[in-house]
Ligand binder design. Structure first.
Ligand SMILES: Cc1cc2nc3c(=O)[nH]c(=O)nc-3n(C[C@H](O)[C@H](O)[C@H](O)COP(=O)(O)OP(=O)(O)OC[C@H]3O[C@@H](n4cnc5c(N)ncnc54)[C@H](O)[C@@H]3O)c2cc1C
Length: 494
């Protein structure tokens, strides 16, 4: 039986301060689908079959039925990039639906690093990251070739290079080792002593035991500009009937064929979107609850993706500290270490369960001259509230690396943007990119945590190849569902 919930969606506020909003749900068939959109939820009567599904839409006179080849749910960087890749490289038509608008999820808070420096050659995400970065480089080159401000203006693209910095001899040992390993993998990486680092970044203070690893080829984008560019490309296919966007329109349930049981459409709050070839679920941190509403009561799969809240601080036209590169403290990489055999919620540490806050210094200047400081990580559900104490921690952590900032009085209300995003966190540290077992036309692409901007284009290429049945440039097996969530399959006894 498919249960359906309708939401009265309001307009999200993608920038500056966000207020919290949690849809309230009532009724015996209510399922908790948390969304980034504002508004209150109210249960609708359950829709079970295709014929019934169309009835309330027609009765209300407000819903529209449309037919597409591929329907993408979620218009964050991952969903939009998938739509773009399908449009550019196939003849398929694409519809994309979002509960709110692009950039209202994690994407709108992303710092924009397209980096290789904090990755490990041979790890499960290495090949995908390499390929994805190459695709970003190709996109930037293409945009540069079109003139008119080029990739810098239209993508926020800068080859800033990356500096992974350490302040203790232990951290320097780690950085030296990483430099060796990355160099052996063919990445241009340099180990910098404290004095060499000072020559590159005079404003940075790491002490005499400090140093850095420098990757001159690492880049950055502006997430908002990248999304806007991708949307423009996608929309250029609208006139030939190959692309449609459905925003402020949360997906709520699946509609199956009465005869075969195959999924035929996604029911949103306002539309019924038929997909002839495939459905892609790219709803970031909301994917777990959305899958519940899609699959219950015959819940056969529980993907343990959950929201890892992050604050990002943007200081507009900040000129008290001059940076020449993008930086990150080496302690940040601890956030990306996968916990072996940790695919189940219950195996997370008690520290995670308690929502312990961690803040690591990341700092860069964007193309508009804003200082972008990151970032925090904590498990706080889908709260979108700005926590001023977290922002203060980010500021103070940056001050430990940039002494000049200690002399600046920081006023959170002055020329400051606070961005909040919920990284789609997977306990085993890698995304899920696969068809749902026994549902061969539904593919999930989520769980990119703090890497979704970097991995988006590679993920999009992978998803396209999977839909077409092509072998693919990068193996998708590390991201598969089978053998990874076997303990999470719930027996279908209902
Ligand atoms: C502070 C911070 C800094 C970061 N820095 C970087 C960085 O430097 N480099 C990097 O690579 N990554 C970075 N990331 C990570 C990156 O932002 C995410 O991995 C990426 O944005 C995830 O994209 P997504 O499309 O999967 O999810 P989202 O951007 O969250 O998109 C999911 C979309 O699904 C929609 N949705 C939810 N429910 C429904 C529904 N029922 N129906 C329809 N739509 C629905 C939402 O509205 C949302 O738009 C950072 C993240 C944060 C928070």
């Amino acid at each position: 039986m498919d249960a359906v919930i309708a939401f009265t969606s309001g307009s999200p506020s993608p920038t500056r301060f966000y207020s919290s909003a949690s849809p309230s749900l009532r009724g015996p068939h209510s399922l908790s689908v948390c969304g980034p959109w504002r508004g209150r939820g109210r249960p609708l009567r359950a829709l079970r079959h295709r014929s019934q599904a169309q009835a309330p839409a027609a009765a209300a006179g407000a819903a529209e039925v449309s037919h597409h080849d591929v329907v993408v749910v979620g218009a964050g960087i991952v969903g939009l990039a998938i739509a773009r890749h399908l449009l550019l490289h196939t003849s398929l038509s694409v519809a994309i639906a979002d509960a709110a608008v692009p950039c209202s999820g994690a994407t709108g808070a992303g710092q924009g690093y397209i980096w290789m420096s904090h990755r490990r050659p041979g790890s499960d995400t290495w090949e995908l990251a390499l390929r994805s970065k190459q695709l970003w480089e190709e996109l930037a080159a293409e945009v540069d070739g079109q003139g008119g401000g080029g990739a810098r203006e239209r993508l926020g693209w800068m080859r800033t290079g990356s500096l992974l910095v350490g302040r203790s001899s232990e951290e320097l040992d780690t950085l030296e080792e990483m430099t060796k390993v990355l160099s052996q993998a063919g990445i241009h990486a340099e180990f910098l002593s404290a004095s060499s680092l000072h020559a590159l970044e005079p404003a940075l203070s790491v002490g005499k035991d400090g140093g850095a690893m420098f990757l001159p080829q690492d880049c950055q984008i502006d997430a908002f500009q990248a999304v806007s560019l991708i949307e423009k490309t996608n929309n250029s296919y609208s006139s030939e009937g190959r692309y449609r966007e459905f925003y402020n329109d949360p997906a709520m349930s699946l509609i199956r064929s009465e005869v075969t049981g195959t999924v035929e459409a996604v029911q949103t709050s306002k539309n019924i979107l038929y997909g002839r070839k495939a459905f892609v679920i790219a709803s970031g941190a909301w994917t777990r609850s959305l899958l519940h509403s899609f699959l219950e009561p015959a819940l056969t799969l529980d993907i343990p993706v959950k929201p890892r809240k992050g604050h990002l601080l943007v200081l507009e036209k900040f000129d008290k500290v001059k940076l020449n590169h993008a930086l990150m403290e080496v302690g940040y990489i601890g956030h990306h270490i996968a916990k072996p055999n940790s695919t189940h919620m219950a195996s997370e540490s008690s520290e995670d369960e308690l929502g312990a806050l961690s803040v690591s210094m990341t700092a860069t200047i964007d193309t508009k001259g804003n200082l972008v400081l990151g970032s925090s990580r904590e498990f706080k559900g889908f709260s979108r509230e700005v926590d001023r104490s977290v922002v203060q921690c980010i500021w103070e952590r940056a001050g430990e690396f940039f002494p000049a900032m200690k002399n600046v009085s920081f006023d959170i209300d002055q020329n400051t943007q606070i961005r909040i995003g919920h990284r789609p966190y997977m306990p085993d540290g890698k995304p899920v990119i696969d068809f749902i077992p026994d549902m061969p036309n539904i593919l999930i692409a989520t769980g990119h945590e703090g890497n979704g901007l970097t991995l988006a284009l590679g993920t999009a290429e992978m998803v396209t190849d999977m839909i077409l049945g092509n072998p693919g440039k990068v193996s998708h097996s590390p991201f598969s569902i089978k053998h990874r969530f076997s303990d999470l399959f719930v027996s279908n006894t209902v």
